[in-house]
Ligand binder design. Sequence first.
Ligand code: B1M
Length: 222
Amino acid sequence: MTTEELLRQLYDQTLTGNGPAVLDLTRSGLAGGIGPETLLYEALIPALEEVGARFERGDFFVPEMLIAGKAMAGALEVLRPLLAETGAESIGTVVMGTVKGDVHDIGKNLVNIMFEGAGFRVIDLGVQVAPEKFVEAVAEHQPDIVGFSAFLTTTMPMFKANIHALTKAGLRDRVIVMVGGAPVTQEYADAVGADGYAADASAAVVKAKQLIAGRRSAALPA
Ligand code: B1M
């Protein structure tokens, strides 16, 4: 099978949520020398984008979205060690979670993998994380960054609720707040008072490094 054929099949099998086939194709792609990023960005993610488009058109329903998501999550576990391969020492700590009311986690998990790959220590609070859980985790782990993911327009307002909870607990100034997720924009991030926004996992790493460097240099004596 050529690379193009394998990527096409991986796309098709993810779209139809055939978990075992997705795992097999991911493994044979890697064994055949296709890079993990290529499998991710040229087959798996585009397939989920198409799933979303079909859902919007009413051609797919929640069960189809669910099995496609599960198939993708299985492949991500195979890719995880390769994407997160790093010998780097920890360059900072990130607490991450999907906000309350939201169960989407594939995008968040991919951001976590990229953070780990870049040398961050990641504390993942999972999905449907209430503001008080974020507050507890920030108080306990004293991370450089707390990251909120929201994937629904109805759960994006939780960013503001989380920031408010941090402020009330006296922790807001001690941590960098980053936000992201499919419907989130830079304008929205600015409006809720976040310190940083990124559109995807790679951009999140770049932004996180910039924000930490900015904060550390601001803390240096003049
Ligand atoms: Co749902 N869902 N879903 N879904 N789902 C979307 C998000 C949707 C866009 C589909 C659509 O209509 N086109 C739509 C939201 C519309 C909106 O509000 N704007 C939607 C809907 C409506 C729903 C339900 C309400 C459906 C229903 O029940 N009627 C329901 C909500 C449940 C809930 O949360 N309360 C629901 C449920 C589900 C499933 C459970 C079936 C499943 C989730 C499985 C899982 O995550 N474990 C699911 C899926 C699979 C999707 C789609 C198809 C795929 C999501 C995905 O994994 N994308 C999605 C359509 C789409 O996104 N096009 C859709 C791939 C992933 C790699 O990308 O998530 O964007 P993404 O993550 C990116 C960036 O966002 C960014 O980096 C990531 C990696 O590059 N990023 C950050 C993420 N977090 C970041 C944090 C950062 C920085 C960057 O800093 C901290």
